[in-house]
Structures are given as C-alpha cells and as structure tokens.
Design a protein around this ligand. Structure first.
Ligand SMILES: [Zn+2]
Length: 598
C-alpha cells in the first residue's frame, strides 16, 4: 500500500490509472468513470469501472478492485515492488536505489545473504552424498525403486543427508561459514552441551525453493524407521513456511500456460504428478494450505485442481483448502482418487495416462461436496436435507461472485428438492453476515428483523467514505457507542477506525487493502461498490449519519435486550434471585437507553 509521502505514493500521484489500465483494457468514458470489459473474468457487457479521480478500479462482476499497483500486480502477476517499478517506469518516475536504511537492516540483509549461500552449499553437499557415497547409493536405489529416474532426481535437486551427524557442519565450516549464520540457518542443531550437529541425518533431502528459485529450506524424509517420517527446516529469516509453495518456481510457467494449477500435499506426490507429464503442479508441504500460499498461487492462475489423498486426513485437508480457495475467488475442481491410494502411488501403479485421465474428469468442487454430503446424511428426510444444506452452505457462502452463488443455489435446491427462494435467501444472508449455520423457517422472522437495519449500516459507511468533513465527529460517536459491534459490517467499521487512529487517509484502496485489512471478499466488494455510488447524494449530512448511527445502536440494544430477557427467564426458572435482580437492573438500563434514542 502506498503510504502518504512515500515513494509509492509519489509514483501513484504521477501515474494516471486510466492510461495505465488502458494499456490492457479498452476503456470508454461513461459519466464520470471509464468502463470496459473486465480482464479478470470473462464477460460480454462491461462491468469493469475505473475511477479517474479516486484512482481506483472495480469490477462489479467478479469483485476485482484496488489501486494502480494492485491492478499491475494482478494483471502482470508480479509482487508489489515489481509493480511499483513498472508503474514508475510508465509514469516516468525514477525510483531511488534501495539502500539499507539502518545498521540493523544492513545486518539482517547480510544474514539473509549468508543463509542463502549456506543453503546453496548444503543443497550441493546433499546431492553429492546421494550420488557418490555408499549410504547415498542405498537412498538412490530406494528412489529409483519408487519410480524416480535419475533425471527426475536431478530436476528436483534431490539429495541425501548422511547419518554421521556432523558431515554437513564440517563442510560448511571448512567453507568459512560463521557461527551466527550456521545457527540461524536451521541446518544444524545444538545439543545440551552446546555442541552443534546436523539437523538432518539419514534422510532423503528435498530442497524447497522460494518463488525466485533460490533454495531456502529443506524437507527430509527418513530412510529407516526414524521419526518423524518427514522433518522440515524450521522458520528462518529466509524461510516462512506459510509463504512458500513447493515447486512453484518450476511450475509457474506451466501454470500460466495451462491457466490452472494442480495442488497436492506432499513432495513425492508433487514429483509423481510431475513425472506423469503434468508440470503445473505445486504442493503445500509441511503445512496445511495457508491464505498466503493461496494468494501466491493466485498470481499465476485462478483455477485449481485439488488432488489430495482420499483418506480421512486428506478429505479434511481438501475441505479446508476449498474454503481458502473459494474465499479468494478461485475456480476449484477436485480430483478424487480411489481409496487406499495417493497421487504418487496412483501414478506409479496406474501410469501417467491414467492420472491425466483422472485429471480431465475432475469434478467441480460443488459436485464433490454434494457427494460428500450425500454420503453423510440421509436426503430423504427433512432433517437430513437441512443437515446436508448446513454442510454445504459455508462453502457456497464463501463464493465472492454473486452470480455464481445464485447458480449454485438453483442447482442445490433442485438436487435437495428444497424451495429455491429459501436456499437463495439463506445463502445471500449467510454470505453477507458470514454465517456458517442455516436455520430454516422458524428463524426467518428474526432474520428479517435484523436485515431492516442493513441499509443504515451501508449508508453510514458510504457517508464515512465520502464525507471527510463530518468523518471525525461521526467516528468518535461510533466508537463511543460501539454501535458497530455485532453489525454485519463490523469488521469494515473496525478497519475505518484503525485507519483513523493511524492517521492514514481513508480511501477505498486503503480500506480494502487485502494485506492489512483482513476483510473478506464480500466486505471488499461493498467498499468498492460504495466508492462508485458517489455524487452529491452520497455525501449525506451530519443529521443523516447520526440517524444511521442511531438505527445501528437501536439494533444492537434490542439484541442485548432480547438476550437479557432470555437470561431473566433462565434465572426465574433456576430461582436465582440475586442474578434476577442484576438482570432486571440491566433490562431497565437498556430500556432507558432505547427510549433516549427515539
Ligand atoms: Zn471482473
């Protein structure tokens, strides 16, 4: 994000988002904005808008949106610094050369360089061991036996860590490695007496590279019965496991070419699928898939085939990863393998062609989930239907695209033979409120009551965004009263308050900045939609803002009143007179606050 006064901010001022986006999208002036066909999803009528004054873009179809840097990051699939450089070049701004600002920064850069070098040396050492040592020969035979040819072993840079205990340590020391770097590298451990020794012993070594292809860590698979079966590098200044996808640097090009990625769990699965001729494969090794890994992947493609183990743990991992992928707007398919196998084993036993065929037949994630739901619940009963719907709803609710949500709602209601309007309505609400539970009919009355206040929330947010003059006053009142607590858009209001506290200018891009805000897709979209609904009307007035605030506060107090009422009944039943007195006092106070609002 471009902080005020920063070089990024200067570049942003100089660059014209309309011209920059115009290099990629044919834009036509439409009112105050520019409109074009969205480059991030396929469409026939333009729903991609660029706002020349606010210097933002937003697609009303797929929800893509942000500032000029975000646009370049997304379309060119580059990192922020790269996008900054590109925009600067186009705007004719010269970026100053990056120099370490402080001795601390210089030291940490030095350490990172040293660690990278140590990992390079270690990778070479492990490879030599695999090819030249006696122990290594056994390891190589094992790999060959598992169907890994010497060529594949070379491609993936596989190696072997000998059992001696300090062979790597000695090698690195001889090459002049310093103690501080050695200890920080995670390649060696320290025992009780303070002696250093190799972290990896008697293991087949899988180098793990960063996106740029530099080795940053290792995964080691035990050769014998040693535990754990897989041992990974710890986190170091050059390795954060939640930010790395195994094989991404190699697979990146193939992923872009094919416009999708195959996601597997383990190193050997990844290599196995690769040998089956599917080069666009990555693995989430040593961790269950993270949000950051999903974003990383998203720079290369928005389509993913999840190919995990069919066992219980693999199914759970599949369901978890679906949530993350859907939330980030990926199109997801699931490749379901027969029980008792895994991608690596399947390729070895059934052959490359069979795996590729399975890949072709991979199902849209909803079909997969419907099958799972069918296996778990009896659809012939009303309870079973609701349970099945409850299982499926959280996934659907995560779809950021309204149209796709609606399509699936139709599909689901047909399959479950539940009234479509009901499914749609529950989905819509769950998506906005991020609810993960659905309660049919008896609850509908309550839901309607809550929804009446939504326009107030939405409107207040809009006034806050548009009207800087009254913003400070309203924010004070909002925070004082806590009117946003428990509201559907609570997190958006929280983020507005955070920016205000930091003294950051409140812009749609700053508010929705995915890196810092933690907002969901639905919340981000709301922010951008509001930004484009501007005009004199959008400005609002102090009175109007206050009445929105009052409506939100009323909803909150009414909710609290209901809860106190419920607790009163409980206390009455239990005959707890002390508690009853306290609660009645609370009830009276809430009544009074409510009366003052009218
Ligand atoms: Zn779009």
């Amino acid at each position: 994000m471009a902080e005020p006064g920063s070089i990024a901010d200067k570049v942003k001022q100089q660059a014209d988002i309309v011209r920059l986006v115009g290099d990629y999208v044919r834009l036509k002036k439409s009112g105050q904005n520019f409109l074009g066909l969205c480059p991030f999803h396929s469409e026939k009528t333009p729903s991609f808008a660029v706002h020349p004054v606010k210097q933002i873009y937003h697609c009303f179809g797929c929800g893509a949106g942000g500032d000029v840097f975000k646009f370049i990051q997304e379309i060119e699939r580059v990192s922020f610094p790269e996008a900054l450089q590109m925009v600067a070049d186009k705007a004719g701004v010269r970026l100053p050369e990056r120099r370490p600002r402080t001795p601390e920064e210089a030291r940490s850069t030095g350490l990172r360089t040293a660690l990278t070098k140590l990992h390079e040396q270690a990778a070479r050492f492990y490879q030599e061991q695999l090819h030249n040592s006696k122990e290594g020969k056994l390891a190589r035979a094992y790999l060959n036996d598992r169907g890994l040819t010497d060529e594949v072993i070379k491609t993936f840079g596989l190696g072997y860590a000998p059992g001696t205990g300090d062979a790597l340590l000695r090698r690195l020391r001889d090459a002049g490695a310093e103690k501080e770097a050695l200890e920080a590298s995670g390649l060696v451990n320290r025992d009780d007496r303070g002696t250093l020794y190799d972290r990896f012993r008697r293991r087949i070594m899988f180098p793990i590279a960063s996106e740029s292809g530099r080795v940053a860590a290792f995964g080691g698979r035990a050769m014998g019965d040693d535990t754990p079966k897989y041992l990974n590098s710890p986190e170091t200044p050059i390795y954060q496991k939640s930010r790395v996808l195994y094989n991404l640097h190699r697979a990146k090009e193939a992923i872009r070419r094919n416009n999708y990625a195959v996601l597997v769990e383990g190193y050997l699965d990844c290599i196995g699928v690769h040998t089956a001729g599917v080069e666009n494969v990555v693995a989430s090794c040593g961790t269950s898939l993270t949000d950051l890994q999903v974003r990383l992947l998203g720079r290369s493609a928005r389509n993913v085939v999840v190919s995990f183990d069919p066992d219980a743990a693999g199914v759970a991992a599949t369901e978890r990863s679906l949530n993350l992928l859907l939330e980030q707007g990926f199109q997801v398919r699931v490749l379901a393998l027969p029980p008792g196998t895994d991608p690596d084993l399947f390729v070895r036993e059934q052959g490359a062609a069979a795996y590729r065929e399975k890949l072709k037949q991979s199902q849209p994630y909803l079909d997969y989930l419907v099958e799972r739901a069918r296996a778990q619940h009896d659809w012939r009963t009303q309870d079973g239907k609701i349970a099945a719907l409850n299982y499926l709803l959280p996934y659907l609710a995560r779809l950021p695209n309204k149209i796709r949500r609606a399509e699936w709602a139709t599909e689901l209601s047909a399959r479950l033979s539940i009234e479509e309007a009901l499914v749609r309505e529950e989905l819509r609400r769950a998506a906005v409120e991020r609810r993960t539970e659905i309660k049919l009919r008896p609850e509908v009355a309550k839901v309607v009551e809550r929804s009446e206040v939504k326009p107030a929330e939405r409107r207040l947010l809009q006034i806050l965004l548009e009207n800087a003059e009254i913003r400070a006053d309203i924010l004070l009142e909002l925070e004082d009263a806590g009117a946003h607590k428990g509201a559907g858009f609570e997190r958006v209001f929280e983020q507005v308050l955070t920016l205000a506290r930091e003294g950051t200018e409140l812009t749609p891009a700053a508010l929705a900045d995915a890196e810092t805000s933690g907002l969901s897709e639905a919340e981000r979209r709301l922010v951008f939609e509001l930004a484009f609904e501007e005009g004199q009307e959008a400005l609002g007035s102090l009175e109007e803002a206050r009445s929105c605030l009052a409506a939100m506060l009323r909803r909150k107090l009414e909710g609290e009143l209901r809860e106190v009422q419920r607790q009163i009944q409980e206390a009455e039943k239990a005959g707890d007179s002390g508690r009853l007195r306290t609660l009645l006092g609370q009830k009276q106070a809430l009544r009074k606050s409510l009366a003052e609002l009218h």
